[in-house]
Write a protein that binds this ligand. Structure first.
Ligand code: ADP
Length: 219
């Protein structure tokens, strides 16, 4: 079942951006922060925003936090607050608890508490930007495992006008184009006849090694 209601604890840079995006995506969001100014700024954009201390169990109960599908602990810099809040959200029985960690140890502590998903925004963004800087046409990527990834590549000038059959990434480089994002729309599972146009984005799946080889040759 799709998640509908989110409670975001901590409306700093990360929490507020996450909360606003969830609202844009059409979900209900309760934002909680100790800081009255932040709550005031956000209250017009969120379903509800309240000034509260998330380590106050009675307060969380009175906000009905247990009925939310997902709780996000977006407190980073104050590790003690982050951990206490995560414990309370788990104890209250929220189905899914996600928490932001600022260090490996902080992440390990959150995992030990049973947090369902620990995220490291700064670390992950650093890695992502490094990849984008060294690979000219790389727009984004998802690591499926240590070995395999899905990447989004802008079609380089050298491939414009060619068909996927001519390039034949599956045979020549052992990676597959699973989607083509064109100005006119997305082609899922494109065929050998599909032509690459300027501005197209290829979504490629394969081992990191084969994707690297493909990128090196096409650039
Ligand atoms: P960012 O780097 O994303 O800005 P911060 O860790 O600096 O994240 O901000 C965390 C936010 O969490 C702050 O706005 C702070 O007021 C809020 N916060 C910290 N402790 C609590 C708490 N116990 N209850 C509610 N909000 C909290």
């Amino acid at each position: 079942m799709k998640m509908q209601q989110f409670v975001v604890i901590g409306l700093g840079r990360f929490g507020s951006s996450l909360a606003l995006e969830l609202m844009d995506l059409g979900f209900e969001v309760l934002g909680v922060d100790l800081n009255e100014e932040l709550v005031d700024d956000m209250s017009a954009y969120l379903t509800h925003a309240v000034v509260a201390d998330a380590t106050d169990e009675e307060m969380l109960k009175s906000l009905g936090v247990r009925n939310f599908d997902c709780g996000i602990v977006a407190i980073g810099s104050d590790i003690q607050m982050s951990i206490l809040t995560a414990i309370l959200l788990k104890d209250l029985g929220i189905k899914t608890v996600v928490a932001k960690a600022i260090s490996v140890l902080h992440g390990r502590a959150l995992e030990k508490l049973g947090v369902d998903r620990v995220i490291f925004p700064e670390r992950d963004m650093g890695v992502r930007v490094a990849h984008q800087l060294v690979t000219p046409n790389l727009l984004d990527y998802i690591e499926l495992s240590k070995e395999y990834s899905i990447v989004e590549l802008r079609v380089p000038d050298g491939l414009v006008g060619k068909t996927l059959g001519e390039i034949n990434p599956r045979v020549n480089y052992n990676c597959s184009v699973v989607a083509l994002h064109k100005r006119t729309g997305v082609i899922v599972a494109p065929t050998a006849m599909d032509v690459l146009d300027a501005g197209d984005i290829m979504v490629l799946i394969g081992s990191n090694e084969s994707i690297d080889k493909f990128e090196a040759v096409i650039n």
